[in-house]
Design a protein around this ligand. Sequence first.
Ligand SMILES: [Zn+2]
Length: 266
Amino acid sequence: MTVSSLSAQYINTDSLIMLPGYRDPLTLHEYNSNIESEMLEEFTKENFRTAERISLLGFMLSQFEIPSDGKVISRFGIRSRRMHTGTDIKMNKGDTIYAAFYGTVTRSKYYYGYGNMVALDHGNNIETSYSHLSAFLVELGENVEKGQPVGLAGSTGRATTSHLHFEIREENKPYDPELVYDFANGKVREEIRNITHLAQLLPESSPVHVANNSSAQVIPNSYIVKNGDSLWKISRNFRTSVNTLCMLNNLSENSVLRVGMVLKLQ
Ligand SMILES: [Zn+2]
């Protein structure tokens, strides 16, 4: 990541913040002196200095892991006129589901529709949940480690096949987990490092759910790559797909984009 993409992301080091693993809010300054804490071993002094220049939320999310390996079988969004508030990942019954990050168990019981659900509070108003489980491996109130097994996959609740229904919420509002995760590659997206709120990951263009009419966004023929762009981000902004961009521009999914490069959009 380059310095210029970080320039607008300073945060106040005197503000009190909530961090997983700490009972009380603390300042970044206090946090820095607690950095040796075993629970936060990934937050080394060196990368913490970077964290001070970017958002703490983005930094926290950049350390998330995928809850389980598997293919996305149903995406976030409107499905049969209902809002689908998470991502469905194909699982076999009994597959282990892992905590995305350090957190505290805020739910561990059966809910209508969701079936057996575990929810984790990660601090900074971020919560993840794991539903349709066949078994619970954690209890309400328990503190969990990143990557700790929280349950076994199943099809409890409203589910026709074994799968994980995975949600990410900020202040209880669900966001598309695919904004945060690249499930196909089993990791979080680079873009999240810069954010202070999940809403910043939503496409910048006019609302996606507006019906097709004369006010629909006009897609330009080409686009000049800016700092911080990725094929994924550009494809979302112009409502095309990474595959289409690759095909039009003779790129592969992992090609490096140079700033100033001109991409054909159609
Ligand atoms: Zn689902």
